[in-house]
Design a protein around this ligand. Structure first.
Ligand code: TRP
Length: 386
């Protein structure tokens, strides 16, 4: 536990002004916490800084720094290179009929691992949705079948290599949750999650059951690609598996963390409560609205045209570039052109939006909508465990 205890910040002069944040050094996976500084996070939470060189043929998210941290990825890299068995598992909350754009990153990572030999499991977190959001199990299942599973397929999941399940229908998961519940004290739980609310306890142990589930059949390393908000679950399941090691021989699960997706207005994290016009989700059916949102997004434009032609745009502030890099422009050459034409002052923001912003966003959503319709027809081929 020690290794993972929420550490106090160094009280260096610079950071002392941030002391107000010290209390918040807990990521609440169900909350709206903003994480301002990823490198601080890596240090504080004992994560590894992600280095895309450890994996063969790293994907876009890995190469572009959207995946920024991880846990114990050496064992996964080893399994890939040595062609040893390993698994990849992640979960979907059926809490609404939309998914966060950041989920696209998770799906691309799952696809990467399944292309590199992972046995893949995707679960529907219907128990968690019931416990934390009050979504009935029936409704959760309906949404998963009609929307979430086809959406994941549309985003690029390989269904031949994926096994799905619903938390509520997987008895082995609940049994594992019970086993895990013996290995954590109330204080440890509170230190990690900041609360011991029963719905959080219920969900957290179910999630631990999920993460260890593939190892019931076969002891092997596993990687959990998730957004950074899931880090507390990873910490806890690693502690628990360490404590269960002697009895059960579990490998400690590894994780790969993606950054939060910002909102189009520049807010650090796009969330349900972001203003409608600053938010892009999956799907977006009204492409005119997408165009409007992109056109209104925060950019790195300078005070005057002349200044921008001379100095170039401040691309690090530009949300259109951020979204292009994270989701919409997959071709490195085109992204490099967008970068160059902005920072050299060749394109002003309006020109850039018309050339790189709007068309690629629209294309992304058109492709998604098309692939989603195709994916719905493939539902008969989707494999469920047991
Ligand atoms: N808690 C996750 C979320 O909010 C969903 C989830 C449940 C999950 N079990 C999991 C994610 C296991 C990864 C691994 O999205």
């Amino acid at each position: 536990m020690k290794e993972h205890a929420v550490s106090k910040l160094d009280k260096s002069e610079k950071e002392s002004e941030n002391m107000a944040n010290e209390e918040k050094a807990i990521i609440d996976p169900w909350g709206k916490e903003l994480i301002q500084d990823y490198s601080r996070l890596i240090k504080e939470f004992g994560m590894e800084q992600f280095d895309s060189k450890i994996f063969p043929e790293p994907n876009i998210q890995m190469r572009r720094g959207i995946d920024f941290g991880g846990q114990d990825l050496g064992q996964i890299s080893h399994a890939i290179k040595e062609k040893k068995p390993f698994y990849c598992l992640t979960g979907i909350m059926p809490s609404s009929e939309k998914i966060h754009l950041g989920t696209e990153t998770v799906v691309q990572n799952v696809r990467y691992f399944q292309d590199h030999g992972a046995k893949t499991f995707i679960l529907i977190a219907d128990v968690e949705s019931q416990a934390t959001r009050g979504v009935s199990l029936e409704e959760g299942k309906r949404r998963a079948m009609e929307f979430h599973i086809p959406a994941y397929i549309a985003l690029g999941l390989d269904i031949e290599k994926t096994s799905f399940y619903l938390q509520s229908e997987n008895k082995k998961v609940s049994n594992l949750a019970a086993i895990c519940s013996q290995k954590i004290t109330e204080n440890e739980f509170r230190a990690i999650y900041g609360s011991v609310h029963p719905s959080k306890v219920m969900s957290a142990f179910t999630q631990m059951g999920d993460i260890l589930y593939p190892q019931i059949k076969e002891k092997m390393p596993g990687v959990i690609p998730v957004g950074i908000d899931q880090a507390p679950h990873i910490r806890m399941v690693r502690d628990v598996s360490r404590r269960l090691k002697q009895e059960y021989g579990f490998f400690l699960p590894s994780a790969l963390y993606g950054k939060y997706t910002s909102a189009l207005d520049g807010a650090f994290k796009m969330s349900k409560s972001s203003p409608e016009n600053a938010k892009l989700e999956i799907p977006e059916k009204d492409l005119k609205a997408v165009e409007k949102k992109i056109n209104r997004a925060l950019t790195g434009g300078r005070a005057t045209k002349e200044e921008q032609r001379e100095k170039g745009g401040e691309i690090e502030k530009c949300m259109i570039y951020e979204f292009a890099k994270s989701h919409f422009i997959k071709d490195d050459k085109i992204l490099a052109q967008m970068f160059e034409e902005c920072t050299s002052g060749k394109n002003l923001c309006g020109e850039c939006k018309a050339k790189y912003g709007v068309p690629y966003a629209i294309k992304f959503y058109e492709d998604f909508n098309k692939n989603f319709e195709k994916a719905k027809k493939l539902m008969g081929k989707v494999k469920f465990v047991e």
